[in-house]
Design a binder for this molecule. Structure first.
Ligand SMILES: *Cc1c(COP(=O)(O)O)cnc(C)c1O
Length: 325
């Protein structure tokens, strides 16, 4: 799974020294990533508060400015070991320019890694072309393979034959040609396969394959095109309701630029309480709630329609007008 895979990738790619040990990461990380960074820092003998540099949104802003990330990379360059970001922030839906962050990390002499939990199956990815060092993702968010299903990793080709890289070995990462000779002496396979430990659960892999087949059939370019339109339509719907119900104090915290977000709109409904969300759920909407009153919605291009967004808008209008569902 995802967190396990990132820990294993850190064995190879987070190699801190007394001088270079800092990790630049996003504020409001998914908690698992935060725990991962804290425990990695401690494992290597560093204080998390010292080792982890979180880039915050500016006062009064909801999303992080990329220029602030680049400035943090530059000002920590001498001590920087790793830039580790989500590709798409799970909370706001902000999509980061991974090529730009990777270039900045490399210029600072650091490694660039990404957690693509909310990016895989959501936005187009060109990790090799962007020169990303490593990445990991799960198969059960946009990739629909079912909760807890098998995760996946990316290791850049230029690291794929660095057999001297420290790593934790297991038989499933051993050279296929001699794997079943069962001899001592770990020889990793070339590429990301060389980071595998165990053989994968077949039922989970079957569900993953069924999902990936659908993605291959639809194609990411077509999905992304529909995704931008569908998210744009949801944005328009929410904006119209914000105007119609000013007392609900609705504001969208997701970036407005379609190129800077995935298929997601997170709205702050500051003037209302959680009951609004509970009523949405009772009426059959599947969304996500965060304190104090932030509702995350993902109109997924593979199976959500424009009509779904329209019906959702009418429902939300009824709820905001106080008419119940
Ligand atoms: C969902 C998610 C996880 C969860 O990881 P598992 O180890 O697969 O449970 C970790 N990080 C991020 C950013 C996530 O969105």
């Amino acid at each position: 799974s995802l967190t396990t895979n990132i820990h294993l990738l850190f064995v190879s790619f987070y190699r801190p020294t007394k001088e270079r040990y800092k990790i630049i990461a996003e504020a409001k990380m998914f908690p698992s990533d935060r725990y991962l960074l804290e425990t990695q820092a401690r494992f290597h003998g560093f204080e998390p508060d010292d080792a982890i540099v979180e880039v915050q949104p500016r006062e009064g802003e909801r999303v992080v400015l990329e220029e602030d990330i680049l400035a943090a990379v530059e000002s920590n360059a001498d001590e920087l070991a790793l830039v580790f970001f989500g590709g798409v922030n799970y909370f706001t839906g902000q999509l980061f320019d991974m090529q730009r962050l990777t270039r900045a990390a490399h210029e600072a002499g650091a490694v660039a890694g990404f957690d693509l939990a909310h990016a895989a199956g959501n936005v187009p990815l060109a990790l090799h072309h962007w020169n990303v060092d490593f990445a990991a993702w799960c198969s059960y968010k946009y990739l629909n393979a079912g909760p807890g299903n098998v995760g996946a990793i990316f290791v850049h080709e230029r690291h794929g034959k660095r057999f001297e890289l420290p790593r934790f070995g297991g038989w499933w990462g051993h050279d296929k040609a001699t794997r079943f000779q069962m001899e001592s002496g770990f020889r990793p396979m070339e590429g990301a396969e060389g980071w595998q430990l165990s053989n994968a659960p077949i039922l989970g892999m079957a569900a993953t394959k069924a999902s990936l087949d659908l993605f291959a059939e639809a194609g990411m370019p077509a999905l992304r095109e529909k995704s931008e339109k569908l998210t744009g339509y949801l944005e328009y719907t929410v904006d119209a309701l914000a105007d119609e119900f000013p007392d609900a104090r609705i504001s969208i915290i997701t970036p407005r630029d379609p190129a800077r977000r995935g298929c997601q709109i997170s709205m702050d409904v500051a003037g209302r309480e959680r009951r609004l969300f509970d009523d949405m759920v009772a009426a059959g909407v599947i969304a996500d709630f965060r304190e104090p009153c932030i509702i995350r919605m993902a109109p997924v291009p593979l199976y959500n329609s424009f009509e779904d967004v329209h019906v959702f808008g009418r429902l939300l209008q009824t709820l905001l007008a106080g008419g119940g569902a």
